[in-house]
Design a protein around this ligand. Sequence first.
Ligand code: HEC
Ligand code: HEC
Length: 91
Amino acid sequence: MNIVTRNNIIGVVIAAVVLFVLFSAPQRVRKYYPNDETHNTAATSKSRRNMHEACGVCHFEDGEYPIPETHLKRTRCYGCHSAKPAEGAEE
Ligand code: HEC
Ligand code: HEC
């Protein structure tokens, strides 16, 4: 097997790996937070960038409802969470 063919094979393998990683990226699953005063206030009390501080008061360690160990260690809550829409409302 000459070197050119070998490089082609390596190239194809790399491309396959890259495609696989892209396609298996986690879906943007979202989970709504309750559309209640607590949550809506927390969501608007700070800039979006700092939203996690407001949410963290209750949802980080030592809060009243800490997010599970398995939850992603991400801070921008708004990327995935939004208020639960009213029944029948468009998302
Ligand atoms: C004052 C405390 C408090 C603050 C601030 C707060 N939460 Fe919550 N959150 C709770 C409690 C308590 C629950 C669980 C009880 C419930 O469903 O109301 C909850 C539930 C949730 C849930 C799960 C809902 C479900 O269906 O299981 C999500 C997601 C969530 N909060 C996200 C957020 C986000 C994002 C913020 C910031 C905008 C935030 N919370 C701010 C207290 C808080
Ligand atoms: C990358 C997306 C993503 C980000 C960013 C994110 N979450 Fe979540 N969160 C999820 C998903 C998906 C679930 C539901 C599955 C699970 O419980 O892990 C969830 C579940 C929750 C729950 C409910 C846990 C339970 O007991 O059912 C709470 C509370 C929560 N998130 C709070 C937060 C807060 C506060 C932040 C910001 C610090 C945040 N999340 C950022 C994706 C995200």
